[in-house]
Design a protein around this ligand. Structure first.
Ligand code: HEC
Ligand code: CU
Length: 320
């Protein structure tokens, strides 16, 4: 027997909820199509031109009928919209304790980095039953990270971070694709996702069983932080000219415009490349832009370093 399936294997919590919507849409739209075809054929034959035929009387309006089908269709369409939005928001909001993995797309490969610095190319190892959040960016053109078995696809853009999250439900090996045409070798841009037992993932992270040698991301980030002189402004004390960065990730900060922003990777990235775009309340726009001074990878290291800074005692921070 050939192992035939209409939809790919289901291996994430989303797959369970996305498939019913998919089937509903297919059957609903397909059903309508068949009804319309049947009616066109039936009336086509019934009212075909015949010399002896009396034309039936012509009714230009049937108001009740028109209102009825308009209302019914609006309700169904809104139902589909609400159903889809609920799924979308669930796919968008990652739980706070998710494991953070960064993904870099470039022509024509996926480069992946784990929290401890372990790296791999065109392969993604993740633990089963654990929420995982991917923070993704591209070094060149637009790509799209697509794992059919997880029913997830997200565009990966240059000069911007996008995220997606999932919880894999079944250990195994699943295909990974680039789903946005990105040049000559687009069709080869893909790989596999390996869903492993947590202990096996932990062992893999330690370098037992493939993967490239981990580099020390935080040390690299720290070197950049020193070299670029961030500490000159972001240090507590009298010379304190910029906000403290310790423990800042995940907090909410207020801007001069009154807008509040949650500090995530994208916000940190924007603060470094384009500091004057949003200025933190209580500070002058003194910070220079570091645009064009950092490779994408360096920027990720720097951000990882900032995120690793422990929250300090507030007492020092409050001295102005
Ligand atoms: C000349 C002083 C100066 C230098 C050097 C500097 N910054 Fe800043 N930075 C500031 C000031 C002032 C602000 C607050 C105003 C604003 O948002 O632009 C700020 C804001 C930030 C923020 C947003 C913080 C928040 O509370 O929301 C981040 C992140 C940041 N800087 C990172 C860096 C990094 C990383 C470096 C080194 C690559 C750096 N800064 C170098 C002065 C500086
Ligand atoms: Cu691509």
């Amino acid at each position: 027997m050939i192992d035939f399936r209409v939809l790919p294997e289901k291996a994430s919590t989303f797959a369970e909820s996305v498939d019913p919507l998919y089937w509903f849409l297919i059957l609903f739209v397909g059903g309508f199509f068949l009804v319309v075809c049947a009616v066109v054929l039936y009336w086509g034959v019934k009212y075909r031109q015949r010399p002896e035929e009396d034309r039936p009387s012509y009714h230009p309006h049937a108001i009740k009928l028109e209102i009825a089908w308009t209302v019914v269709l609006v309700i169904i369409a809104l139902g589909i919209f609400v159903w889809g939005s609920v799924l979308f928001f669930r796919a968008y909001d990652a739980p706070d304790d998710a494991l953070e993995i960064s993904v870099m797309g470039k022509q024509w490969m996926w480069k992946i980095r784990h929290p401890n610095g372990m790296r791999e190319t065109n392969e993604l190892h993740v633990p089963v039953d654990t929420p995982v959040r991917l923070t993704m960016t591209s070094q060149d053109v637009i790509h799209s990270f697509f794992i059919p078995a997880f029913r997830l696809k997200q565009d990966v853009l240059p000069a911007k971070y996008t995220t997606m999250w999932f919880k894999a439900t079944k250990t195994g090996e699943y295909p990974l694709f680039c789903a946005e045409y990105c040049g000559t070798e687009h069709s080869t841009m893909g790989g596999r996702v390996f869903v492993m037992e947590p202990e096996a993932y932990a062992a893999w992270l330690r370098g037992e069983g493939g993967g490239e040698a981990p580099d020390d991301v935080l040390a690299a980030g720290r070197r950049l932080y020193d070299r670029l002189g961030c500490a000159a402004c972001h240090t507590a004390g009298v010379e304190n000219r910029g906000p403290l960065l310790e423990g800042i990730h995940g907090t909410t900060v207020e801007m001069t415009t009154g807008e509040t922003v949650v500090v995530n990777d994208e916000y940190l990235r924007e603060s470094i490349l384009n500091p004057s775009y949003r200025v933190v309340k209580g500070y002058a726009p003194l910070m220079p832009s570091y645009k064009n001074q950092l490779e994408d990878e360096e920027l990720m290291n720097l951000i990882a370093y900032i995120k690793s800074l422990p929250k300090q005692q507030v007492a020092i921070a409050e001295v102005k």
